[in-house]
Design a protein around this ligand. Structure first.
Ligand SMILES: *Cc1c(COP(=O)(O)O)cnc(C)c1O
Length: 390
């Protein structure tokens, strides 16, 4: 290991507190430090390359250091990096809002910006609540899907259904009713069935079930191609209109974040949307979805592999102690984490959700690299996992 890396590791351990990370284990580990990116790969301070198998936590879309997005940010930087949207407008946030409304379900007309998925959900909750308040009604109960995840702020945890994240904070949360987790949230179907849930089909699905058309839609994660923090909460005209009034009526939506609608982030998002069209990203998905399905079939036959789920480019491979009963390993054995760690020297950067190996490559990844990633996942489960569980 070069001395520069050693120094950085010791500084990281001295100064950082990492999210969703047991820091005791971290302090005893030798973490990989990413220094740069190149296409769909991450490169560490030792010069090792890793395929970005979880899209830098589910947000990278077109890869890293994509010229068009880089140029859009650099171009915007030469104009202005940020100015507030509180009582002031900004070019890029206007251009992006128009583009978002153009591709959203037709009833969604207004864009409220923020900077993370969690804040986009907080905003949705507060808009829904105040919508009724502004009409003299009190509606303060929320209903949410069981086993759902909406972010880590108090409001979004309140409507989330992940027991592990929630139990500690229960006294801080507001009351929410949870509906049974429906299809397709625990989806275990074929590539063909998965395709029915690809982006262009969602609107068709919504049209067939008009009562399911959302009044509010939250967008985050990949909205900037995975470059910069940005989120948007889209609403209907009707919701928006309920907040109109004289200042003395106090119908204003009193909510905003300092970096709301950041100009650099909006410039990146516009470039990302254009790349979706230019590179025909959605059209290219079928072959990738099928390739993942082929590998998952093989992987599902391996020892210690339980439930295998796929929805589009996303897949979950559950590692279990007993293939027949699906009994899991004790949580403290950290099998998922150890399995992903074993993939790193082979050139894949993966992150589990407990003992579920999450596969979520960048949407625009090319087929040869996807095949390489799947080979590493298959090979590690086949040859390393039996040693890890011993
Ligand atoms: C990631 C995620 C969030 C939270 O977004 P952050 O940007 O991490 O706050 C909320 N809902 C869903 C479905 C997500 O995947």
């Amino acid at each position: 290991m070069n001395p520069g890396t050693e120094k950085l590791i010791s500084l990281d351990k001295e100064y950082l507190w990492h999210p969703f990370t047991q820091m005791k284990a971290w302090l005893a580990s030798e973490p990989v430090i990413i220094e740069s990116g190149d296409g769909f790969c991450l490169i560490d301070t030792e010069g090792n390359r890793y395929i970005d198998g979880v899209s830098s936590l589910w947000c990278n879309v077109h890869g890293h250091r994509v010229k068009k997005i880089d140029d859009a940010i650099k171009g915007q930087l030469d104009k202005i990096a940020h100015s507030t949207l509180l009582g002031l407008a900004q070019t890029k946030s206007i251009e992006l809002a128009e583009k978002l409304v153009a591709i959203a379900p037709k009833n969604l007309k207004k864009v409220f910006y923020s900077d993370s998925g969690a804040t986009s959900v907080e905003i949705a909750l507060k808009i829904a609540y105040q919508y009724y308040h502004n009409q003299g009604q009190k509606r303060d109960k929320f209903i949410a899907l069981g086993q759902s995840y909406h972010g880590d702020t108090i409001g979004s945890v309140s409507v989330g259904g992940i027991e592990l994240f929630h139990s500690i904070f229960k006294p801080m949360l507001f009351e929410t009713y949870f509906a049974p987790t429906p299809f397709p949230y625990r989806f275990n179907g074929s590539a063909e069935q998965c395709r029915q849930f690809s982006l262009d089909k969602i609107e068709e699905l919504l049209k067939k079930n008009p009562e399911n058309i959302p009044d509010i839609m939250c967008l985050a994660k990949g909205i900037t191609g995975g470059y910069l923090p940005l989120a948007a909460t889209l609403t209907t005209q009707e919701l928006f209109d309920a907040f109109l009034g004289e200042p003395s009526e106090f119908k204003t939506f009193f909510h905003g974040h300092t970096y709301t609608g950041n100009a650099l982030a909006c410039a990146a998002a516009i470039a990302s949307l254009e790349l979706f069209q230019e590179n025909k990203i959605i059209e290219s998905l079928t072959a990738k979805i099928d390739l993942i399905a082929d590998y998952l079939k093989k992987i599902s036959l391996l020892d210690y592999v339980g439930d295998v789920r796929q929805c589009g480019l996303m897949a979950g491979i559950e590692i279990v102690k007993d293939k027949k009963t699906k009994e899991s390993f004790p949580y403290e054995k950290l099998i998922g984490a150890k399995l992903c760690a074993a993939m790193q020297p082979k050139g894949a950067m993966m992150r589990p959700l407990s003992d579920v190996i999450v596969l979520m490559p960048p949407v625009a990844i090319d087929l040869p690299l996807l095949r390489q990633l799947l080979d590493i996942v298959y090979d590690t489960i086949k040859t390393d996992l039996p040693k890890i569980v011993k």
